[in-house]
Design a protein around this ligand. Sequence first.
Ligand code: FRU
Length: 560
Amino acid sequence: MSVSQKNHYRPNFHFAPSDGWVNDPNGLFYLDGVWHLYFQYYPHAPEHGPMHWGHATSRDLVHWEEQPIALFPDASRSIFSGSIVVDAQNTAGFGAAEAERAEGAVPPVVAIYTAHDAAKAKSGGDAALAAETQAIAYSLDGGTRWTHYEANPVLPNPGLRDFRDPKVSWDAERGRWLMVIAAGDCVHFYTSPNLKDWAFLSEFGAQIGAHGGVWECPDFFSMKVEKVHGEPPPPDAEEKWVLLVSLNPGGPNGGSATQYFVGDFDGTKFTPDKQFTAPPNHKKNAAKQIVGKPLNNPTVLETICSPYAWLDWGRDNYASVLFNNVPDGRRVMIGWMSNWDYAKKLPTSAEGWLGQMTLPRQLILAKTSVSGYVIKSHLPSEFGGDLDPTRKIRRSGTLKANGPLAQVGIAPITTLIESGEIDLTRAIMRIKIRQMSPMGSYRLVFCNEQGERLEILQHNAVPGTPVIVNRHSAGEGDFSQNFAGPVIAAPIVPVEEQGLCCSETNFMIILDKTSAEIFCNGGERAITVLFFPNWPYTTLLYSSDVAGSSYAIEVEEIAL
Ligand code: FRU
């Protein structure tokens, strides 16, 4: 296979493997200036074969270097998803505690993963109820070479077909390890003094939250609530606990997605705030019901006040989990940029690789009077989220024309970025749209001369109506019926702290060759989508059906 064939769809700045298959991020941790990303990996073909843990490292969260494979499957078990902790006090006894370590020696790091026995899982019956157990492995060189613990499993299966994806972190308040693990369509909490002996604490999830599919890849952590928009919370800020749960299928726009709950944890039990509790067995596909309907429609209001909080409303951010051991306490996350609805069919498989990660995202917990607690997604500062004033294009204007919402190539349409001005396969942009009449529509179109286009639009630009992303004609899409299909919709809620006027929507959009990460209204809504244009997008168009619609855009190329 030639280099160009192999790289036609290869992202410019998102992590993807050189060969083989990738799904969930695993074992994210930070140590001594290095960010470690492990991932579900099958190196021999672009398919979900017996799972390994691949490994990549970064010093800046932007550039990733593939490392040797960390964990290998054997004849009876795959290495499914899990986490890694830095065992600084050597609680597991695999290395040495801080005080006893030689100068410069790294602390032991311990991986907690699901050992998945595919034969048992397929056999059905009772054997399937023991197919997934939790095991550990350790590394004494900071995460490169690993040894499996000889007395695995450390947590046997309690009799569930799905019992996997342990996320372990240090509970500093209680001086012990805390595990959250997917258990059927609930999660279980466990605790341990030494990563080897685990005691059950509680179950969470029955009758709460979205249950359209199996629960997977949970994460559980505390967060201080932001007091002033854009500023780190002060030490006395209110603290809440956040539970992330990936769900497949049953996402707001179909297939895989990650929901979150905000609440309190008493050391045993997690209690979500009232706003996050849901009626039993509520399986409605919320977003699809509200497309095009005005804000005062009861279904819309119900959706906006929905107890289901989605970390990302796009189709392509799944199994998101956070880095452990981040020294400044920031909550930084990476997700798998795909969806089980079509992950195995993506056209990159013809290039010998399949699967990529989202950019790292910093999560912020805010409290708004409209939505209560909300998790906002931001680009971490390492990424240079603040646009460099010397390298950016900046434009603003007001549309004079008025008329029906334009198709590409038909007036009224304004070109915000022209072919050749900036490389739209590695661009970061901020766009503000203000509609003088909130009952008007607008559309942003990324396109190429061949007519392939990705559209972002809003009918009636009042807060509450959804932002819609349409990738129907974005490029190759017929590889799976599930891919190009319906539009992707995310209801927008006003962010009153930002002083938004009622007809304003703001976006940060990060564009790679085959993906857009769209953060709306200060990151309150994230929408991540893949697309596969045959030619790169070169142009950004803007149209609106109301006179006086104004825009302001700043865009720069990401320095790679
Ligand atoms: C989520 C998931 C996990 C599992 C892994 C297997 O995408 O299904 O639950 O551990 O992928 O690759």
